[in-house]
Each structure stands twice: as structure tokens, then as C-alpha cells.
Design a protein around this ligand. Sequence first.
Ligand SMILES: C[S@@+](CC[C@H](N)C(=O)[O-])C[C@H]1O[C@@H](n2cnc3c(N)ncnc32)[C@H](O)[C@@H]1O
Length: 360
Amino acid sequence: MGKSSKDKRDVYYRLAKEEGWRARSAFKLLQINEDFNIFDGVKKVVDLCAAPGSWSQVLARKLRVGNAKDDDVKIVAVDLQAMAPIPGVVQIQGDITKTSTANEIIQHFEGEHADLVVCDGAPDVTGLHDIDEYIQAQLLLAALNITTHVLKKGGNFIAKIFRGKDVSLLYSQLKIFFPLVSVFKPRSSRNSSIEAFVVCQNYSPPDGYIPNMANPLLDHHYDLDYNNLTGPNRVIVPFLACGDLSGFDSDRTYPLQLPGRQYEYHAPTQSPINPPYQEACQLRRTDKLSKPEDKLAKPEDKLAKPADKLAKPEDKLAKLDMENTEKAVAKTSNWNSQDDEDKSINEEKLTQHMENVNLQ
Ligand SMILES: C[S@@+](CC[C@H](N)C(=O)[O-])C[C@H]1O[C@@H](n2cnc3c(N)ncnc32)[C@H](O)[C@@H]1O
């Protein structure tokens, strides 16, 4: 590829170099500002996932107008990766999913809160859209979590989002904290990308909400943190134990003869309809059910008389079992003419019997 071919293909890449931005992403923040005036009255900003730093450059240029040193302005940029210094920007190399990073940001504001939090975070994409969307959503939730620690009430939050099929869940989560949530696709964001930006205005956490970094989706300590939350931070679904608590315990075994009651056997109220073993019963009736010994039998055994096979005492037991089975099967062969009670008794006995003789 020639030196100028990328310049030709991507106008924002070329313009970024011409105007001194570290990345073409600078135009995305500038274009969001054209529509939403996000820098109005803003002095303290957090730039999450900031490297290589073009958004921090935009913030520094917009907030520190005309290069005049304005002590009130504070810009804190955070990224996993190291960034080259930018005048007027405090840099933290850290992970936005960690409480320690939130605390470090807060320390830089000396107890005050930010007016604006921006996040252009993106994981290394895999090309598998579902996974990429999921990880991006997790990063956005981490950014939202950290935002609840550092943003002042009434402040704004802007973050990159992947508009996948489950994006409405993210919008709903954001709406818990911001009454106004809009989605914006800047001209400089390629149409082929599912990337867009949420502009969340007027931070208004639920009454009594205490920011926390418990994010059950990002780490695997769901039980550790999440169940210890209280007040509006925790959603408790009502659980109701019903029935007489002094009644029978369904996990215990009781004697047949219960105090004050005479035990009497009752057949099941409804026998199984079309049970899976019904075909086996029919095959057995017509002697078509294969037996394990058939498969193992040698050719000369096939010539032997049935009586020969049952010569040993244990064979006699087997014969007895077979005869009982046949009787039981014969009983069930007139199922249609029997009443339901008989059917279910027979079927129960047959099933029990078949289990006993281990018929296949
Ligand atoms: C698209 S780049 C940001 C570009 C930046 N806005 C700019 O204008 O130069 C995405 C950044 O997200 C960062 N990132 C991803 N996961 C992160 C995490 N858990 N904590 C902090 N930064 C993260 C990456 O290191 C990467 O630098």
C-alpha cells in the first residue's frame, strides 16, 4: 500500500493528521458536541479508555480555551495502556473494572465530582459479533459503574456502544441512572461498524443509591458482593412459603400406618398413557423381544432343545421368571377390555417384574 492510499481512502484519518489529533476518533467527540453541546459549563472530566489520547486532546483544547492555564479545569484520562503525555491531562494507567481505579480518579478530584464522563472503550474485537457485543456491553457497564462513583448529580455520560440485538437491555440499565438517553452515530463513525454512542444526560441515581463496583457479569464473585447490597442497590423479589408449615415434610419418609389413620392401598388414579415400555410388552407377547442369550448363543446351542438350556438350577429360576413375566404380559394383553383400575395395577406389576428379571 502506498503512503497516501490510506489518506485517500479515509478522509478522517487524513484530517486527523492534518489537525494534529492522535486518532481519527477525535472527530466523533467533536461531532457529538456539535449536536449536544456537551462541553458547556464543564470543568472536570473523566476520559475512560483514553489511549492513544485524541479525546483527551479534544477535551484539553475545548476546556482550556486559548491555551490559557485554567486551574479549575481537571481532565483525568484512564487506560489499560500507557499514553504519551498531554499538557493539562492527568493520566492513570488502570483497569476501569477495578475499584482501585475509581478511587484513584476520585483522589485526583480532591473529593469533588466530575461534570462529564466520556468512554470510548472497546475490547480487542474477535470478529465473532455476539462475543464482541457482549464484551463491549460489559465494558460499558464497568464504565457506568465507575461513573456512578465520580459523576456529579446532573452531569452527563457519553459512551461507545455496539448496537447489537440485545442493546435495549443496556438502554434500560442506563435509564435507571439518566432520565435522558440518546443514541448518536457520528458521521466519522463508519457505516459498516455497529458502533454508536449513548449520550446520557442529567445523572439522577435512584434515591439512596450507594455506588458500588459489584458487577456480577464481569467477575465471578456474584454471591460475595451482590447479596450484601442493601436499600435501593439491592432488588429483593418476595419469597413466600405457603401451606401449613406444621404439615407433612415432603423430604421425610413416614410409616404406612400414620397416627389416627387406617392404611389402605389405593391404585394410581391414572395409569400411564402410551408408556415407553408398551412396545416392549407387545414384542414380548409375540416372542419378538431379543434376549441377551440369543446374541451369545453358538450355532450348536440353537439346535439344542429348550429343556437342555434350562438344565441347571439357576436356569430353572430363570424359566420361572420368564413364565411369570409371560403371565403378567398375558394379563395385560386384554388391556382394552379391562377397567382402568386393573390396567394400572397390571402395568405396575409388569413394570416391577420386568425390572426384576432385567428384560431388555
Ligand atoms: C478505541 S480506543 C480509545 C481511543 C481514544 N478515545 C482516543 O480518542 O484516542 C479503546 C481503548 O479502550 C481501552 N480499554 C479496553 N478495556 C479497558 C479497560 N478494562 N480499562 C481501561 N481501558 C480499557 C483500550 O486499551 C484502548 O486504548
